[in-house]
Design a protein around this ligand. Sequence first.
Ligand SMILES: CC1(C)Nc2nc(N)[nH]c(=O)c2N=C1O
Length: 160
Amino acid sequence: MSPVYLGLGANLGDPIETLHRAVAALRAAPGLHNVTCSALYASKPMGPQDQPDYVNAVVRGYTSLPPEALLDVVQQIEHAHGRVRKERWGARTLDIDILLYGEQQIATERLNIPHVGLELREFVLIPLAEIAPTLDLPSGKSVKSLAERIPLNGLVKIAP
Ligand SMILES: CC1(C)Nc2nc(N)[nH]c(=O)c2N=C1O
């Protein structure tokens, strides 16, 4: 079983309810075990500012699914929550990104793991450090040190 970390984000509809339902769906997903979720965080949009603030969280699970099969599970959950990706960096009902898959470094048509934005996004690093404070990234950097240095940009914890 590999530990996998997923980044959840939503800023349309009822983002808090959406994230709760997405975590419940991940917990029920075949092939994903011992799912743990960070607190929920409110964050300012990265990218175009003419969109609502986001609600973000990070989930850890354990899986024997190959990365592409895990992606299929994640994309099914996104679509079940009306995942409509209009413009590239626009508002969305639900985004689930695979941030980490064990120590693996994967670059295919469908998958880039570790997620490219991982080390630059407070709305990923802070919830990730909350649930995995001793984790080192495949790059060798420690999540804790990255989280201590990243500007918070107004990020606030909104729910345990
Ligand atoms: C549009 C872009 C880059 N901005 C975001 N900004 C925030 N704060 N949270 C996100 O989850 C998020 N997701 C995105 O995809």
